[in-house]
Write a new protein. Structure first.
Length: 483
């Protein structure tokens, strides 16, 4: 039996899981770390803390598993930026987390330049938004003392989280990234899979600070830990990792992760879509020289709406209790909820709109509001599925993961809303599973056919409901009026 370590570096915590080659979890460890909010819209973290949280979880997982590790995979929060001194390895500024909005004005200025946004969109598949790494790197180079001159002298390195981890964890101190993470920087050309000189010029970023772009199943160097030495043979961004972990290998296979927010991703194989519906095109996975692309839609509020019902409305004291409070036949009795706490993501991309409740009557109850909230999460998913259809991608299957999918009634409502069966894996940690699978491929423990056989699914069968279709139209009318 072979064993693989999967490192999952997320926005609020780092995790390390030791799997056996059949995907059974042997040991796991998790450590949270702090985010800082030094200014309105700014989100930062201390890179040393991120690194030590990863090292600590690796050590704990290895000690508890007490097995020989054959290979390691890394998956990570994407877009987050770290810039460090090539000589000392010391970061010159805190990590700027993907949620950080400090470069909004810069993005708005760039949008005013004729054809620039469409050129960027065509090359990168992304929207000109602070979310992605490019403007964050530029901000560091322009605002940290001596940064620009150091960069021009070849004294700095840039990396998203996986690159920073690879640099610090490998004995070789490799400066490498993979194509999925690179595709989120807004500096990589989706077609050539290389850094794009004209994009570098637009954002005024010297090429010498960038890492080498590798396939996800490349050899990224070796880690020494707990008297063991093993290679990193899998690296992939978190949402792409979940897509892979969910075995979405065919065109039109989609996964949807319902955590705090909701991230949908569909495999489009070799085709790069120029979405008419403001979805993002991105690299789904790159194995050897073979690349598959993906379309992505993000919904900002999913589980966070359930937390709001729990913490602010105090309708229940534990998220799991929400299930028994959903009305029979998913009837919210005319109540409609627009979950726009922080604006709306795909396909609207509206950061001004805020949440609202409509259709309240004298006898509306908390159960009606709870039911309306769950329906709104499903309706948002349907909006993305419709956007995909508009782009010419028909969704063949939907696989789900994330904390919310423990709720059976929610899954039934989702499957009825989408008129599609929904599949839930027995192992809902799809993100860590993806990196584990890629690492197995990269190290030759299993091949691509063997990998597809791993993992069991529980299928929720869709029940047709005219009422839900009508409710969706009413909900959309409320939404459109608010936009
Ligand atoms: P993240 O990775 O974004 O931190 P998780 O995947 O751990 O999130 O999911 C946590 C979210 O799932 C929380 O917002 C929580 O309210 C929600 N959640 C957990 N259990 C349930 C449940 N049984 N029904 C509905 N929502 C749930």
């Amino acid at each position: 039996m072979k064993y693989v370590l999967s490192i999952d570096q997320g926005t609020t915590s780092s995790r390390a899981i030791v799997f056996d080659e059949n995907q059974k979890i042997i040991a796991e460890s998790q450590k949270e770390y702090e985010l800082q909010y030094p200014n309105d819209g700014w989100v930062e973290a201390n890179p040393d803390e991120i690194l030590s949280s990863v090292k600590e979880t690796i050590k704990k997982a290895l000690e508890s598993a007490d097995v020989d590790i054959a290979a390691c995979g890394i998956t990570n929060q994407r877009e987050t930026v770290i810039v460090w001194d090539r000589l000392t390895g010391k970061p010159i500024y805190p990590a700027i987390i993907w949620q950080d909005r400090r470069t909004s004005d810069l993005c708005n200025d760039l949008k005013k330049k004729k054809n620039l946004e469409s050129e960027i969109r065509k090359k990168t598949g992304l929207l000109l938004d602070p979310y992605f790494s490019a403007t964050k790197i530029k901000w560091i180079l322009d605002n940290v003392e001596s940064a620009r001159s150091m960069a021009e002298n070849g004294e700095l390195c840039f990396g998203t989280i996986e690159t920073y981890l690879i640099w610090n964890l490998t004995e070789e101190k490799n400066h490498k990234t993979d194509a999925t993470n690179a595709s989120r920087t807004m500096l990589m050309n989706l077609e050539t899979l290389g850094w794009d000189d004209s994009l570098l010029e637009i954002f005024n970023i010297p090429k010498n600070i960038l890492p080498e772009i590798c396939s996800c199943d490349d050899n990224f160097g070796s880690i020494g830990a707990c008297d063991q030495k093993f290679p990193i043979t899998g690296v992939i961004g978190d949402q792409q990792s979940a897509l892979f972990g969910q075995n979405c290998f065919e065109f039109g296979e989609m996964k949807s992760t319902y955590g705090t927010g909701c991230f949908l991703m569909v495999n489009t194989k070799e085709k790069i879509y120029e979405s008419q519906a403001r979805l993002l095109s991105t690299v789904g996975c790159m194995l050897g020289k073979s690349v598959s692309y993906a379309l992505e839609g993000s919904i900002f509020s999913a589980g966070t709406s359930i937390q709001w019902l729990r913490d602010e409305m105090q309708f229940f004291d534990d998220s799991s209790k929400s299930e028994e409070l959903i009305n029979e036949d998913f009837d919210s009795k005319g109540v409609n909820f627009i979950p726009a706490f922080t604006g709306l993501g795909a396909p609207h991309w509206n950061s001004e709109i805020r949440g609202s409740i409509h259709g309240i009557q004298r006898d509306s109850s908390k159960e009606d509001i709870i039911t309306a909230v769950f329906k709104a999460i499903c309706f948002q998913t349907l909006e993305i599925v419709e956007a995909l259809e508009l782009d010419g991608v028909s969704v063949r299957s939907l696989k789900v993961d994330g904390g919310m999918v423990k709720n059976r009634k929610f899954l039934q409502l989702l499957s009825n809303t989408l008129s599609t069966n929904v599949k839930k894996p027995d192992q809902i940690e799809s993100t860590a599973v993806g990196a584990f699978k890629i690492a197995m491929l990269g190290s030759g423990i299993k091949d691509i056919d063997e990998i597809q056989e791993i993992g069991l699914y529980d299928e929720v069968k869709s029940k047709q409901s005219q009422q839900l279709s009508d409710d969706y139209q009413i909900w959309k009318n409320y939404l459109t009026k608010n936009l």
